[in-house]
Every structure is written in structure tokens, then in C-alpha cells.
Design a protein. Sequence first.
Length: 454
Amino acid sequence: QDIMPPDPSDASRHLDSISDSDRFSASPSVDLPEKTIRNIQVPASSRPKSRFGVDLREPISPPKTGRFGRWWLWIGVALALLVLGAIALLALRQTSVTVIPRSYKVSLDETTIFNAHPVLGAATGTATGTLGFTLETVVLEDSEIVPAKGVELVEEKASGTIIIYNEYSTQPVKLLKNTRFATPEGLIFRIPAEVIVPGKKGSIPGKISVTVFADAAGEKYNVGTVARFILPGLKSSPAMFSSVYASGKDAITGGFSGERPAASKQDIDAARANIRDRIHKKILETVHAKNSETTIAFVDLAYIAFESMPQTTEAEGSIKIHERARIELPVFAADNFAFAVAKSASADVENESVILKDADRLTAHLRASAEIESAIQFTLQGSAQLIWKVDARELSQAIAGRDRDAFEAIIGGFSNIEEAHARIQPFWKNSFPEDASKIRIKMIDPKPAALERQ
């Protein structure tokens, strides 16, 4: 505490009085600045060192790790995450039950006759054991152009399809050949042959589709769809006159009188054949589209009527040939049809629902060639698979909250199940979840070998 540094200003003044040449030759008597603890310079060699020879005042850098060391660190982290993810996946997996439904193979031949009846709305009838169908009408048209060769004088009568209704009696009504049908404008059309209109059933009138022809040639008979035709010949019986009537099914066309370009008969016949081939392919596609999980249809049960439409004149003297096909197709509800097939094969279905797999491989044969307006009879030929339906919701509710050991007994109570396997998740649990919605039911079609039972 008693050591005081000299006044810096005195030392500097004293040094300034000494010349540069005399600074190194001065005698010891020259007063130099006094050395104190505050201005003593410590040499580098005397700096404190640790026992390992490291300067304690210098910053110590961490040891450098190699490139491979960092890679091993990241690999370890990734493996740890994978392990944790696998454990979480196992713990969160949904409990599942795999079900193989009961199945039966049916072989059909032409000895079994099926009777089907038209119904209103969706085709039903399973409850009463009858086979029902809905009648769907499809109209397809196509055309082709052929070159004209000269002209021709044409006198053609218009024609079209109408529907005759019988609201008069439960007994059929017979209409004679050339019976007249009049439009509200007074145009007369006639039927070319005798027609029997079915009787009404309750409040549902009997009906039949027929083709009518104009009373004379000419374009004035080309009319659109007529809402109501009257029968002038029934005016003497007012009750029958008001209850037996007709409506247009399509437009009435084809009436012409005069000259028009003409094509050779050979070209026209070839064009009509090509058009009908294309329409037939469209018919097959239309019927095939009806085969689904809800409906079944067979092209061999369809009533198909081709009609040659009036030709039209095109540019540059060519002629367009028109063809039209009207298809009346019985469409069956898939459940109802499968039930009828199962009953015919003596399969034990009772009130259980079944589906008919590969139904489109069956061949149907219609036993009558008339238009489909009432009940039809047909046979089926070929093999198909009957598969029982399983209510997934009912099954999941039956096993919800139950122990693993009770699963086999529960499945035994479902007569529509052939085989079932359960996997409870997480694996350490021994019972199904209490919530039925957390149980996933997976249906598997039976293997073909399992269908060879009789």
C-alpha cells in the first residue's frame, strides 16, 4: 500500500531532456522511471501452465470429431425414431375380423322354369317367394350415308308406335284390323292387324303397344308424340269410348309424297345391315350395364324390334339411311333373383339374403317370343355361385367387448359365415374393443374349391 508510482509527467520531462544519442550511454546516475508492480512486463516464458503444459489463459478448443462420428449419431437417432414409430403403430392398429361367407355352387339346365311378373317400381317379391321384374324400354338409333343414283317417285305413309289402354273392363278388349285412332287435329291412323288389349287389374289399366300407319301418304302425318288418341268407332258406347284410348309412345314419322334422290337397293341393304350390327353391339352394352350389385338383366329375355326409318337427303346428292331399335328389357332386383335361383336349386336360404356371383355367365331362354307386357317364362343354363350376405354391423356388435375365447362360439351362431379369423390390437389385449365401430370387418370371397359342395 506504501508503494506509489512516480509522477508520469516528471519522468517524461526528464526523458525529454536527454538526447537520443545519450539515452544508451547515460551513466547509472541518470534517473529512470521507477519500476513498480503496475508496470512490470511479465515474459511469456513465465506464464502459468497446467501440469499438462497447457497455457491456462488460452481458450481450450473442444476435440474435433470425425465425419463418421456424426453419421453414427444420426443413425442412432433414426433407429430410435423407427422403434418408437413401430411401437405406436402396433398400439394404434385397429382390431380386424376376416370373414369368409357361406357359399354354394348351383348348376342350372333347361328343365327348371322360372315365372316372373311385372311390378311397379323396384323389382321385389322375395317376401312372397315370387320373382318380379321392371320393364325398361330403351330406344337406340343409328344411320349411314350412301351415294344417290338418280331419283324416284315416292308415296309413303307415316308410322309410329302407340300404347292402347283399357280402363273399361277387367276383361280383354278386342280391336279389329284397321281400327281408327284419331289425333286431336283429326288425323287418322289405323292398326294393320287385330289387337287384344288386356283387361285392367284393380285401378291399373291393361295396355299394349302397337304400330299404327297413317290413313294416307304425305308429310302432314308426320307428328310428334300424341298425348291422347280417341277411337271414333267406340262413340256408340260412351263408357267404352272414354275408357279405351291410346297415347303416343314415340313421334310418328316417315310420311312423304313426291320425288327424292334414290340409291341402289344393294347399297341400301348393305347400309341397313351395318347399322343393325352397330345397334346390336349397343344393345349388348346396355344390357351388360344393368348387371350390378343391385340389378340383373339378360339380353336373351329382351324384346327387340328393329324399324327402318325414312331416309333423308343429304348434301351433294347423298342419302342417309336411318334405323331404330326399341328394346323392352326385363330387369330383376339382384336379391330377388338370387333368392329365386337358390330356391330352385334347393339351397337352404330361408329368409337369409344371398347374392348370385357370375350371373352374367348364365344363358337365359325366353319361352315366348311376344312382346313383354305381362308375366314371362324362361329357363337358365349354366353354373353360378350363391354367396350368403353377412351383416358387418351385426357381427361387430355381437363381438364388441367380448373375450377372445368367446369368438368361436359367437361365429358359430352366424349360419351365413363359413369361416372367420380375428386379430385383436394391440396384441397384448385379450378382448375386443367395447366400441363396435373400432372393429373392422373384412369380407373375402370363397375360393373356387370351396364352391364344389352339393
